[in-house]
Design a binder for this molecule. Structure first.
Ligand code: CUA
Length: 355
């Protein structure tokens, strides 16, 4: 049934855990609406002949439907619309809540290409995103110039990518292979060729590939010696360098002491109370927003004195700073309250944890 409908609707293969969910709702909606519109169309034709004017002076009699009929005509479509809403809402919540154990990748869209940087250190890439099969991957996306939209038809994911803020999406690929990335938001002359490719590899193959890439990186980049020999490497170190050169550390301490600004130790995923009493979780989006618009959401007890870094920090630099902040934990990463920052090779059979 799934295959038949997929062919009838010319759909691309289903290559992620989201795809069957999207498709089954799609099939359900389109089947019901096609049947209803066919019946409506045929009835219209039938009535057209049945109630045609037989004599010139004859006019259509007034028809008063029964209450039961009215309830049915309103109730049945309403029932279906509500059913679709409920199912769609469930799927939406599922799709917008990434599992905890995601592998994070930073994505930057710019005219007219996609750039990828692995959060746990690792290679940067243009146009080609390597991911393992059967493991959830979270994309933290931003744009350097205009609106783009990250679209992988085979995964049924599409998410706008905006300058000056981060959006996120996630997927779990179910079949090894190569899948096209498109841009789904008109962004200028070569929008239609803003292509990329997701290469989904078998788990062990991907791990080997990543180790190889990191070994290659370690030869080229001096990652410094103070991160305990683990693989967090380049992007965190890069973030640290930026924090020093941009003067962030003059106001933000790394040891838990509040200074002119909040400390960065354990800042990631910390619940902060703002001046106006609202609470925020210091996630990637909040941290990035605070660099671009530092006076927008000031933490209670601090003065809004931070200058904006809009235009001073390029997106990869902001991402590196966020990764640096994420690496500053007083307890081990296993005790991280929420989203896991480092990438741990998961056993392929391990089901994704729901947040
Ligand atoms: Cu980028 Cu269209």
């Amino acid at each position: 049934m799934n295959e038949l409908m997929g062919r009838l609707l010319w759909l691309p293969p289903q290559a992620s855990t989201l795809a069957p969910k999207i498709d089954s709702l799609h099939y359900f909606v389109i089947t019901v609406t096609m049947i209803a519109s066919t019946v409506t169309g045929l009835l219209a034709f039938y009535f057209f002949f049945k109630y045609r004017a037989r004599r010139a002076e004859q006019s259509t009699p007034m028809v008063l439907p029964s209450v039961k009929f009215e309830i049915a005509v309103i109730g049945i479509p309403m029932f279906f619309f509500l059913l679709w809403f409920v199912q769609g809402f469930k799927d939406y919540i599922w799709y917008t809540t990434p599992p905890k154990n995601t592998m994070d990748v930073y994505v930057m869209g710019k005219k007219w290409m996609w750039k990828f940087a692995y959060a746990g250190g690792g290679p940067n890439a243009i146009g080609v995103l390597h991911v393992p099969v059967d493991r959830p991957v979270r994309l933290l996306m931003t744009s350097r110039d205009v609106l783009h939209s990250f679209y992988v038809p085979d995964f049924r994911i599409k998410q706008d990518v905006l300058p000056g803020r981060y959006t996120e999406t996630w997927f779990e690929a179910t079949k090894p292979g190569r899948y096209q990335i498109l841009c789904a938001e008109y962004c200028g002359t070569w929008h239609s060729q803003m292509w990329g490719e997701v290469v989904v590899m078998a788990g062990p193959e991907f791990d080997a590939w990543m180790v190889e890439q990191k070994a290659g990186l370690a030869e080229r980049v001096d990652t410094g010696g103070d991160d305990g020999g683990n693989m967090r490497g380049s992007i965190v170190e890069y973030g640290k360098k930026i924090a020093m050169s941009e003067g962030c550390l003059r106001c933000h301490s790394l040891d838990g002491q509040p200074h002119i600004g909040p400390t960065w130790l354990d800042l990631y995923q910390r619940r902060e109370t703002l001046e106006n009493g609202e609470a925020v979780i210091a996630d990637e989006a909040y941290l990035t927003d605070s660099m671009i618009d530092p006076r927008g959401k000031v933490v209670k007890g601090f003065k809004p004195v931070m200058p904006t870094y809009k235009g001073r920090l390029a997106a990869p630099e902001a991402a590196a700073l966020v990764e640096f902040i994420k690496s500053l934990r007083s307890t081990s990463l296993e005790n991280l309250p929420s989203k896991e920052a480092t990438y741990e090779p998961a056993k392929p059979s391990q089901p994704a944890q729901r947040r």
